[in-house]
Design a protein around this ligand. Structure first.
Ligand code: B4P
Length: 193
């Protein structure tokens, strides 16, 4: 199995690239952001808990996020691998993912970090807000809070896998196809090795 983590700040292109990678590598795309937005749309109890937190740009508590992710993985056992997009975002989430994969004698294959400058991120998310209807994209102060949360709580995830020799960093600016080609090169060299 191939278990990829697509990592990077909000708006770095994780969702955009994951959609292209799943087609090329036949993996299941699991985006915790998309899962939360679906729960919110369906007005579930979980969605009601997540809604306010996401609107402010903070992270949803680990126990809620991990439980939701676990259910999604366990519901899809017959796949060739996963692309985790937006998960893990904290060290406890890393530990939970390692535990979950190890239950099937699996492990994280690679974490790919998309590097994008803050200024470009603000520009992209304000632009997306025009069509996404996402409250967390529409306000520059919320975007800046998301970036602060990312630096404080999420960057250590990349270091966690770096210590295991599993992190690679890719320039996330340029056209979508250029970034996709850089990601594919990293994945191909890891899978072949
Ligand atoms: P996410 O849904 O993960 O949102 P994101 O970080 O904004 O998305 P992404 O990086 O995928 O951006 P995209 O490709 O769309 O999280 C939202 C919230 O959910 C979090 O703030 C948190 O509250 C909660 N949450 C999610 N996971 C959690 C977890 N594990 N634990 C706790 N809480 C969690 O790209 C953005 C824009 O850029 C798009 O408009 C796209 O068209 C554009 N773009 C992409 N690539 C481009 C390129 N190369 N050039 C120009 N534009 C580009």
């Amino acid at each position: 199995m191939v278990n990829l983590i697509l990592f990077g700040p909000p708006g770095s292109g994780k969702g955009t690239q994951a959609a292209k990678l799943v087609e090329k590598y036949n993996l299941l795309h699991i985006s915790t952001g998309d899962l939360f937005r679906s729960e919110i749309k369906n007005e579930t109890a979980l969605g009601l808990k997540a809604k306010h937190i996401m609107t402010t740009g903070e992270l949803v508590p680990d126990e809620i996020t991990v439980g939701m992710l676990r259910n999604k993985v366990l519901a899809n056992p017959d796949v060739e691998g996963y692309i985790f997009d937006g998960f893990p975002r904290t060290i406890p989430q890393c530990e939970a993912l390692n535990q979950l994969l190890s239950e099937n004698s699996e492990e994280v294959t690679l974490l790919i970090e998309l590097e994008v400058e803050d200024e470009e991120i603000v520009k992209r998310l304000l632009h997306r807000a025009k069509t996404s209807g996402r409250a967390d994209d529409a306000d520059e102060s919320i975007i800046k809070n998301r970036l602060e949360v990312y630096k404080a709580e999420t960057v250590p995830v990349s270091d966690f896998y770096d210590k295991l020799g599993k992190t690679v960093r890719v320039h996330g600016q340029g056209t979508i196809d250029e970034v996709f080609s850089r990601l594919s090169n990293e994945i191909d060299s890891t899978i072949v090795c």
